[in-house]
Design a binder for this molecule. Structure first.
Ligand code: AKG
Length: 292
């Protein structure tokens, strides 16, 4: 995945073609479609009143963690972009390791080389379905929520990375996501122009990877068949999670997931962060075990 990491760091976006098997995509889609099919298109002006969505994705069955959250290719990409002290891909994961040495916590690092954070955690999740109509969504950066309060260096390290798993084909005609490649390196005040936009056309099972710093937005669906994808993003552990994962995936569900999924949700200590005093730093969830 080093080629994908390099492309994403440069352009802000890349597509991994047909990463997830079609049968798995159909299984995940069947669960979500039950919820999506009940909804009327809406979502307010930002979504052009034509989206249906389901969030809290990793509470909807362990198969979502198995096939998406713990997908090794996607973890390698997240490790390569967010450069944590503790990588999550299986060949790098250290398991139930001891707390880092106290002195190490205060070492200054070059975040472009890494480490750029202790861990990264799941930031937000949504199954996004685009129905006919509406207009192009305003182009935006996912990290806009943080930007009023943090300094963003266009050539500096990344705070978030997102994955869009295509549950249907994404075409120019059905609302494939619109991106502005390279806008991750732009200064704050530069705004995108229409001719700089490209659409992420991809087959079902493919995954678009993009940085929180790249401009993007929903396209228009000109067909009667909805376009559906699952978005999930990761963020550095020193910034709060966009979607409250402790409410979205409550302890009784998280407890049954693999340890790496628990870590990504935020249920385990992040070395210096996210601890409960007196409880083993790698077993924050054990507090919950006794309370369930
Ligand atoms: O679903 C998409 O194509 C992109 C969605 C998006 O950018 C958003 O929800 O803010």
């Amino acid at each position: 995945m080093t080629g994908v990491v390099a492309e994403v760091r440069q352009s802000g976006v890349a597509i991994i073609e047909e990463l997830i098997e079609s049968a798995i995509i159909d299984e995940l889609a069947a669960t979500l479609d039950v919820q999506l099919d009940r909804q009327e298109p809406g979502g307010g002006d930002f979504f052009g009143q034509r989206k249906r969505s389901v969030s809290a994705i990793f509470a909807r069955g362990p198969e979502f963690s198995e096939h998406l959250l713990l997908n090794e290719c996607l973890l390698e990409v997240a490790d390569g972009i967010l450069l944590p002290s503790f990588p999550m891909a299986v060949n790098a994961f250290a398991g139930d390791r001891a707390e880092p040495a106290f002195d190490d916590l205060f070492q200054k690092h070059d975040p472009l080389v890494g480490p750029n954070c202790h861990h990264y955690r799941l930031n937000a999740t949504v199954a996004m379905q685009v129905c006919r109509g509406g207009s192009n969504q305003p182009l935006h950066r996912d990290e806009w929520r943080y930007l009023p309060y943090v300094h963003r260096d266009p050539m500096g390290p990344e705070f978030t990375v997102a994955f869009m798993v295509a549950l249907t084909d994404f075409t120019e005609n059905n609302g494939a996501t619109r991106y502005v490649p390279g806008s991750n390196r732009w200064p704050e005040d530069r705004k995108p122009r229409e001719e700089e936009v490209v659409q992420a056309v991809m087959k079902k099972g493919s995954v678009a990877v993009w940085l929180g710093s790249v401009y993007h937005g929903l396209g228009i669906n000109h067909t009667d068949v909805p376009r559906t994808g699952i978005i999930f993003s990761h963020g550095v552990d020193y910034m709060t999670q966009e979607e409250n994962q402790f409410m979205a995936v409550p302890p009784d569900i998280a407890f049954k997931l693999p340890k790496r999924a628990q870590q990504l949700l935020g249920y385990r200590s992040s070395g210096a962060l996210n601890y409960i005093e007196g409880v083993d730093g790698n077993h924050v969830l054990t507090v919950q075990e006794t309370r369930i």
